[in-house]
Design a binder for this molecule. Structure first.
Ligand code: ATP
Length: 382
């Protein structure tokens, strides 16, 4: 991947995918152009590439080599959503090129910020829920997902399937790097947390009381924690964490967990703030970054203009933050803050309420409400 700094332009590989993916991507590319025109900074040179279930149905390939190569050369990847219920591999599994991309580029840290946006109907009645602001880090290259494509099926002498085994893989290197990533993130959040009187805390979520693999995950996490004395750390069993996320999510800061636990708890996290339409994510490796909404292709609303594009907008903001850091381009960071602030202003104005929050504003209305307040957002950010 190209890491040139002080560049005039940065190459973004755009993978819109299927279902609502292309719908939210189209308006996000418009938003990024508009943000550039108010904030300046390097131009984003966005090029769209083929991949996904619909492309697989046409070509027999879900993630073409040319797309992978373009992603590798790009400065960042922007991803919509991929997969479609009726389009499947011959073994019946879904088309999920995002998993291939995670493995191909070692995107080991799935970063899922969960933040309560003002102006939206609350899910939890407790006033403190307005302050929900935590980040769930999902390990993405091993864990139980290691079993994908490796499931072992045993049959009896008549050939009847009798037992199936999926194996969880936890490695020292994989656990250490995602734990390090989590502590570095907590360090970056520290100033903002302490200004609000909140401690910095990394929580290891596991099932160390039952599984040898999970006890190992905790052990390696604890070793990494010892190298970060400035950040508090603790451990929670995954079942207890599901309860904590509902009972007192405002106490959480950064948490890290294996792949499958992260897959499940990140949807719970999105539920805490009202749904998938406001939940962004970044898949981060040492050299590559891919940014996508947590939601999938939403076949039930695809093609109807109903999708909430905010999760994709916020994923684009995460991309700007990541690029700003890597290329030392503060204007990109301002662009990220402007996107967040514009969403906040649009939602608190009351003029738009996304359909997934019980309102009647679809993709177009939400986009124009956000785009319309960019200059005001910039004034408030600077
Ligand atoms: P995947 O398995 O691909 O992750 P999923 O099973 O989690 O997908 P989604 O496609 O994310 O399912 O959709 C779950 C529900 O959330 C659907 O009812 C869908 O309409 C809704 N939803 C998802 N994203 C959005 C969005 N951006 N705006 C509005 N509703 C959404």
């Amino acid at each position: 991947m190209n890491t040139n700094s002080t560049t005039q332009s940065l190459d973004i590989a755009v993978l819109p995918g299927d279902g609502i993916g292309p719908e939210v991507m189209r308006v996000t590319l418009e938003l990024l152009k508009a943000v550039h025109s108010v904030c300046g900074g390097p131009t984003l040179h966005c090029t769209t590439y083929d991949a996904g279930a619909q492309f697989f149905a046409r070509s027999g390939v879900a993630l073409p080599e040319a797309t992978l190569e373009a992603c590798d050369r790009s400065h960042a990847m922007l991803f919509g959503a991929m997969g479609w219920p009726d389009i499947r591999n011959v073994d019946g599994t879904e088309i999920i090129p995002q998993l291939e991309l995670r493995m191909a580029f070692s995107l080991y840290a799935g970063v899922r910020p969960i933040r309560c946006f003002p102006g939206l109907p609350a899910v939890l009645a407790d006033e403190r829920a307005r302050g929900i602001d935590f980040v769930l880090i999902r390990e993405q290259t091993e864990g139980l997902f290691y079993a994908r494509g490796r499931g072992r099926v045993e049959t009896d002498i008549a050939g009847i399937e009798t037992e199936v085994y999926d194996t969880m893989q936890i490695t020292r290197a994989g656990t250490a790097r995602v734990s390090e990533f989590s502590f570095r993130l907590a360090e970056r959040r520290k100033a903002r947390r302490s200004a609000a009187g909140l401690p910095s805390l990394v929580t290891c979520v596991d099932k160390a009381n039952v599984f040898t693999s999970m006890a190992f995950f905790r052990k390696v996490f604890d070793e990494v924690a010892a190298r970060h004395p400035g950040i508090e750390s603790n451990n929670s069993y995954v079942d207890a964490m599901a309860l904590t996320m509902v009972k007192k999510p405002w106490d959480l800061d950064v948490m890290v967990m294996e792949n499958m636990f992260g897959d499940i708890l990140s949807d719970l996290g999105a539920g805490l703030i009202g749904g998938l339409g406001m939940a962004p994510s970044g898949d981060i490796g040492d050299k590559h970054g891919l940014f996508q909404p947590v939601h999938g292709t939403a076949p039930d609303i695809a093609g109807q203009g109903k999708a909430n594009p905010c999760a994709m907008f916020l994923s684009a903001a995460m991309m700007l933050d990541w690029l700003a850091d890597r290329h030392n381009e503060p204007r990109l960071e301002i662009g990220a803050r402007v996107i967040e602030k514009a969403i906040e202003i649009a939602l608190t104005s009351g003029s738009v309420v996304p359909m997934d929050y019980g309102g009647s504003s679809g993709t177009a209305a939400l986009t124009s409400a956000v785009m319309g307040v960019l200059p005001e957002a910039l004034r408030r950010v600077e």
